[in-house]
Design a protein around this ligand. Structure first.
Ligand code: PEP
Ligand code: MN
Length: 342
């Protein structure tokens, strides 16, 4: 249930309600918005109804949350969640560009990619150090050495980094380096991992599982938020369908649907969504037009030499040209991409 408080409610009045809810074993989640404070009571709805909280003068209304996901639902929080990473805000008017190679391969490769995407206007550097590969014989990533290189390149370029964490045992390690921790599609329902990430105070980029419904995806986000970390950014990266002309089927309809159901930001990954650099520009433009809060794009200084996902990686020149187009698309919808950086 959500308990919507009257404007100007006092801290002790909020405390009074929280204490009553906790007394009967309900979970309490506070959302202090610009205009309203809302208390989420998680647990048996009957217990909340029995309290007749609406009788209190500082309570405006008590409403059920009809969705199975509670804390991430729009019913719980009407305003968009906005998270700050480095100099950018995710979830507001800014369209955030995350770009970089699929995998960290060497200092030179990462630095070239980072400098290139930064000059084009990207605000966040992506790069995998732990790679969840389908084949155990494929390049598995540089692991901790990769994290060190990411930190070094962040130092040189000032770009915050997003990188994948593959299991709950390495959450501490990855969190030492990353500004945003990515949960890959293959791990979307790794509930031990999600719970561990719920203990962090850093944003989590939660990719949609390749066969996950939107509801399952939001339930995965609920695991992280209900474990204590409200900073979840959702990432649509394509789902498995019968279509084989593209690596996955990029479900752009998920963007408006998720925005309707949830207050969390949504970004789109057209690289994994399509599997080919050819389709990345059009799908990126479409993602921004569909209302995505950003895109995550694989960019490699020499895609033909990439150890991972070269076929879907843009060159720095192609990425630079795409950003110019995305700036125009964003402007049509009253949004913006930061100006090019030196
Ligand atoms: C990635 O972003 O590098 C990645 C492995 O993506 P996904 O989990 O979406 O396949
Ligand atoms: Mn990749």
């Amino acid at each position: 249930m959500v308990i919507v408080m009257q404007p100007g409610v006092k801290a002790e009045q909020i405390q009074q309600i929280a204490a009553r809810l906790e007394e009967v074993g309900l979970g309490v989640h506070l959302s202090e918005g610009k205009f309203r404070t809302i208390i989420g009571a998680i647990g048996d709805e009957k217990l909340v109804r029995q309290m007749s909280l609406e009788a209190l003068p500082f309570v405006e209304k008590v409403l059920p949350i009809t969705q199975p996901f509670k804390l991430v639902s729009r019913e719980f929080q009407q305003e968009n969640s906005v998270f700050k990473v480095g100099d950018c805000t995710i979830g507001d008017k800014q369209v955030v560009l995350m770009a970089g190679p699929c995998a960290v391969e060497s200092e030179e490769q990462l630095l070239q990619a980072a400098a290139g995407v930064k000059a084009a206007g990207a605000q966040i550097l992506r790069g995998g150090a732990f790679k969840p590969r389908t084949s155990p014989y494929a390049f598995q990533g540089l692991e901790e050495k990769g994290l060190e290189l990411l930190a070094k390149v962040r130092e040189k370029t000032g770009l915050p980094i997003v990188t994948e964490v593959m299991d709950q045992h390495t959450v501490g390690l990855v969190a030492e380096y990353a500004d945003i921790l990515q949960v890959g599609a293959r791990n979307m329902q790794n509930f031990h991992l999600l719970r561990e990430l719920g203990k962090l105070e850093k944003p989590i980029l939660l990719k949609r599982g390749m066969s996950a419904t939107i509801e399952e995806w939001l339930m995965a986000a609920e695991y992280i938020v209900s474990s204590g970390n409200p900073q979840v950014i959702l990432c649509e990266r394509g789902i498995r369908t019968f279509e084989s002309s593209t690596r996955n089927t990029l479900d752009l309809s998920a963007v408006p649907v998720v925005k309707h159901l949830s207050h969390l930001p949504v970004i789109v990954d057209p690289s994994h969504g399509t599997g080919s650099w050819r389709w990345v520009p059009s799908m990126s433009r479409a993602a921004v037009a569909a209302g995505a809060d950003g895109v995550m794009i694989e960019v490699h200084p020499q895609p033909a030499q990439a150890l991972c996902d070269g076929a879907q990686s843009l060159t720095i020149d192609k990425f630079t040209a795409l950003v110019t187009e995305l700036r125009q698309v964003a402007a049509v919808f009253g949004k913006y991409i930061t100006e090019e950086q030196a």
